[in-house]
Design a protein around this ligand. Structure first.
Ligand SMILES: C[S@@+](CC[C@H](N)C(=O)[O-])C[C@H]1O[C@@H](n2cnc3c(N)ncnc32)[C@H](O)[C@@H]1O
Length: 232
């Protein structure tokens, strides 16, 4: 990864540890190589930290990152919650607004031609999305409803051979909330195949089609079972 972009990503405000960010970058590179011309999509950008890891890979391969976020923060980022940052509250509305910080992060990294902000509710964007994606990175709402809605809305848009990356996946409930882990298990059951695990980041591949009429996006349950066993 470009050292300047890596330094900027590590310095940016957000929730992506450096090791997981590098793994995300590497996944984006592999996805760009595997699926020609397709974009990368991020669900949950906050101030643009993870976006820079994806943006670095996209810039190297001539791709676009669509960064989807309503920029109002998740539940745990609201006043009174663990990850609230009062400096991100817009005094005009009294609401969190991370879009200005996000834009500064992307501008500072020189990635404005690579990263396209899509400001809105993830499920609404997903419902109208039509382009197969080389990679979908899901790090939006972590409650049961938004986490499963993100999976249902975005997993179908991962191109065959493309990657689905899930953040904050914790096998042990003592380490973190359940919904991202439930989504991870659901993806395995649906035929995604795990390709890497780094910290709480899980990267899964949608099997690419082969010459067999029964192959392709049909779930490879044997592989899913092996991955599930390995994850436990
Ligand atoms: C954990 S933060 C993302 C952290 C970020 N990936 C990073 O590297 O720092 C979750 C983000 O998801 C966004 N979000 C939560 N629910 C959403 C929804 N339903 N639609 C769009 N964005 C949502 C929040 O606004 C917040 O910015």
């Amino acid at each position: 990864m470009d050292p300047e972009l890596r330094a900027r990503a590590e310095a940016a405000a957000g929730f992506m540890p450096a090791g997981e960010g590098l793994a995300l970058y590497q996944a984006a590179v592999l996805a760009a190589r595997a699926v020609p011309a397709a974009p990368l999509v991020e669900i949950g950008s906050w101030c643009g930290k993870s976006t820079l890891y994806l943006g670095a890979a996209a810039a190297e391969h001539g791709r676009i990152v669509f960064a989807v976020d309503h920029h109002r923060g998740s539940e745990e980022q609201q006043p009174g919650w663990e990850h609230h940052d009062p400096s991100l509250v817009d005094p005009a509305t009294g609401l969190i607004d991370t879009l200005p910080a996000f834009r500064r992060t992307v501008h500072g990294a020189g990635l404005e031609a690579t990263v396209v902000a899509v400001v809105g509710e993830s499920a609404a964007v997903a419902a109208h999305w039509r382009t197969p994606c080389a990679l979908v990175f899901v790090d939006g709402g972590h409650g049961p409803l938004p986490a499963h809605a993100d999976y249902e809305g975005w997993a179908p848009h991962v191109a065959p051979g493309g990657l689905l990356a899930l953040h904050d996946v914790f096998a042990d409930p003592a380490d973190g909330g359940r919904p991202p882990y439930e989504v991870y298990r659901r993806a395995l059951e649906d035929g995604f195949v795990e390709t890497s695990a780094t910290g709480s980041l899980r990267v899964l591949r949608r099997p690419a089609p082969t010459n067999s009429p029964d192959a392709g996006v049909v779930p490879d349950r044997a592989s899913a079972a092996r991955s599930t066993a390995a994850a436990l």
